[in-house]
Structure formats: structure tokens, C-alpha cells
Design a protein around this ligand. Sequence first.
Ligand code: ACO
Length: 271
Amino acid sequence: MTDTGAGRRPDPASGPAALPDEAALAEAGLRLEIDGAVATVTLDRPERRNAMTLATWRGLAALGRSLPRGVRVVVLRGAGPSFSAGIDLALFSGGGEGFPDASDGDAADRFIAELQEGFTWLRRPDVVTVAAVQGHAIGAGFQLALACDIRVLADDARFCMKEPALGLVPDLTGTKPLVDLVGVHRALELCLTARTVLAGEAARLGLAETVVPREELDTAVADLVTALLAVHPGAAVATKRLLLEAPGNTLEEQCAAERREQIGRLRELFG
Ligand code: ACO
């Protein structure tokens, strides 16, 4: 498999790859706007409720590889009434044609890993990622929201992990954040019933940082972005790195990580 570098900071020596052009993004059902330190990625097939294809996930991975260095915040949003209806169900109509040959385990593993790269880069410490979710976020759509650092929900938002109902497992990096956020037992209940979680319950379960009236979603996200950009850039990167490490660390390891990051900060601030 090609090492695309998604999920981690691009190689500082070579810099980011070239951004995909507008036509390639449109083909993938995506739109990109960069305004200074803020990149907004819009899932842009509202007539299909932003259903995602393999091209969408590859397009997201390409965006991760090519994000300009100055970008500090990435907002993921969906055009139209819903964030995303998940995988494009047309993929299922060809008798598995778009899917890898599962009899070749290694090739299938590489195939899925490449798609997962569209999601993993959203955890990179050099950006803070925000999902702005209205309407349905189903299956892969829910997993995309889970891949982001912060979820801002409109009050009409609805999450559903539909994969098990379709004979699949959630494999687009969603099971880890889901379990981290709600615990194994609630995650099990949500996935194995494939039930819909409304915005209020999502907030209670820790699946949303904020819930606002639908018409206030854009303003709430803009206010959040302003607040995120007001924090010292280097401290933001170091703090995200530190916080992401915390769940896997013992207290001792985390104290050591705090010392390491703070020494880096002190060096930068005071030489
Ligand atoms: N794939 C392809 N097309 C879709 C999808 C999808 N996942 N979801 C919706 N569409 C299409 C519909 O077929 C419809 O097309 P049409 O206008 O040609 O009839 C159009 O988008 C609008 O859909 P509606 O159902 O009319 O929209 P509504 O807002 O009433 O409902 C909802 C939205 C709830 C998302 C519904 O469309 C739905 O349940 N979609 C399927 C969701 C699903 O099962 N996704 C797979 C999850 S598993 C995974 O992601 C791995």
C-alpha cells in the first residue's frame, strides 16, 4: 500500500502534497474552502443526503495529505438537510462490485486501510477538527463525525450506527472514539440495535459538545472557530497531542508527557 501519510503530520521536509482541484473534489462529492487558518470541508451531494462513495473517502484522505500548513481548524459540514446518509447504497447494488475481493485478505486489508485514511488524519494534533452536524449522520456519516475532535449538533441531528443492520461492522475508524466517548456497553447497545440517537441524548452520552437550534448551527460553529483560533497555536498543538495520549497512558506516563510538552513550550516561549 502507498504510504500516504494520512493520520499524521505531513513530512516537514517535503511539505504537503498539492490540493485536489475543484473538479476532483466535486467528483468525490466534496467542496473545500480555505479562509486563512480555517478549512471548511463540505460533503456536497445534498440530493443524495451526502451519501459517501469510495471516491469521497479517498478525497478526504487527499485533503488530509494536502492541507496547507497554516490551517489550524478544519470544519466538516454537510450541505442540505442532513450531514450524511453514510455509504452510498448504490455500492451494494452491483453485487459487491465496488468492494475488495475478501478472499484475498491482505488486499482487502490494504483497501480498507486506504479508506480509513480519509478519517484518521482528522486526529492530527496540528489541526482541531469540528463536525457541524444537522439532520441524519448515519453509518459512515456518524463515523466521520466521531473522527472529529468536537461535535456541534443542530437540535434536529440524529446519529445511527447502521452497519450491523446491513451485515457489516463499522470500519471507518468509528469504534474507538465511540467506545472512548460512551463506554463499551453503551457502544454495544447503540451498534447492535442500530437505533437512532437524537441530539439531546447524544449530548447526554457525550457524543456532542454542543447542541443548538438548527438555525444557529453556522453561528455556533463560527463562534467556536473564533475561540479555537484565539488560543496560542503552538500550545493548541501540544495540548491536543497531550490530551489524545491521556486515555492510553498511566498517570505516571501522562505526567511525563506533560513535562515533555511543557518543556517544549518553555523553550519556544523563553528560548
Ligand atoms: N445512498 C444513496 N442514496 C441515498 C442514501 C444513501 N445512503 N440516502 C439517501 N439517498 C437518496 C435517496 O435514495 C433519495 O433519492 P431519490 O430522490 O432519487 O429518491 C434522496 O437521497 C433523498 O433521500 P430521502 O430518503 O428522500 O431523504 P430523507 O431526508 O427523507 O431521509 C435518510 C434521509 C433518513 C438519510 C434516508 O434517505 C435513509 O435512510 N437513507 C439510507 C441510510 C443508510 O442506510 N445508509 C447506510 C449506512 S451504513 C454505512 O454508512 C456503512
